[in-house]
Design a protein around this ligand. Sequence first.
Ligand SMILES: *Cc1c(COP(=O)(O)O)cnc(C)c1O
Ligand code: SF4
Length: 377
Amino acid sequence: MTKTEEWALKYPEWNDWHWQMRNRVRNAEELSKWIPVSPEEKKEIDACLVRFRMAVTPYYLSLIDVSDPDDPVRRESIPSFRELADNTDDREDPLNETGDSPVPFITHRYPDRVLFLVTLECAEYCRHCTRRRIVGEEDHAIQGEALDRAIGYIRDHEEVRDVLISGGDPLTLSTERLEEIVRRLREIPHVDIIRIGTRVPVVLPMRIDEGLLSMLKKYQPIWINTHFNHVQELTPESEAACGRIADAGIPLGNQSVLLRGINDTPEKMKALLLRLIHARIRPYYLYQCDLTRGIGHFRTPVQTGIDIIHALQGNITGFAIPKFVIDAPGGGGKVPFSYQYMISHDEHEIVFENYQGRIFRYPEPRVPYDTEDRSDT
Ligand SMILES: *Cc1c(COP(=O)(O)O)cnc(C)c1O
Ligand code: SF4
């Protein structure tokens, strides 16, 4: 029996997402009621909590293999003293989301789409969170005048055809509160697609219930992007939650962060990606870790990401491979990086490698172009 199954039997309210939220582990003392915690670990966690909040659902906690000190689920969710290191390149807001914010809760960086932060609460606080500066202020779900203003901004900007609802985690809101936001966005004629960024399928899969899905179905086209980083997070529960989303006709994408020691080898990444497509989730982005303060210990060299994608290209299903991107520090947006397959290129031909390293040539069309229609000359 897995620990998840064991705890689900022991706690009759296990599958009630409100129970999971109420029973989130928020400090070392609470953690020790669920899994063994040494006095040193206790000290480490408490030291960390001075700066960064902790919350882990009992469900997500149940995925930890307690015999492995480097367990990926543990590293993603349990505070470590390494978060207190002050690295010279680290910043509070590395993507300058505040600078690109025309009204509170909206970041408008790209021409046709906006990021809309509807709450700062999450079901679990990721140790690698890029928005640590604000996430965890739990009384900051958007409402009233602030909501009117954010919606008003989108209504006034006809170029916005894609709204990315994020946070915090939008699915920690009640279905009623989320519906108010989605409904008001849907009423704006120029808003075409609505996307929801959420880690709830990973850390609180019981939240993906019938009420939520039948609500969302009324406002299609809706897309959901989730955030799995390691194959261990793909459990029968999380896969079933994603299956319910897919069955509701909502396409699912996944955004992972490249995390040192967690998913930074081709083997680990491959296991994750193949399991994602099995669960009907399309890998979308693999992010280079941002320069956020308190997450420097998760950073890998950029070359690691390029090498991982290169190792997978051609060797697994094409659509299982995400785009590797750096979100440009200072707010330049996401920029894709990949292995350089091109060896040379002039007006006559391009010479390049394939995934196996074999060399190929492709001739450019001859000038005047071979295919040009000259029937009237
Ligand atoms: C990532 C992001 C988006 C969405 O970008 P896509 O490449 O379309 O997924 C929009 N706005 C901001 C500020 C973002 O960081
Ligand atoms: S769920 Fe997203 S916003 Fe919340 S802590 Fe994790 S990475 Fe940050």
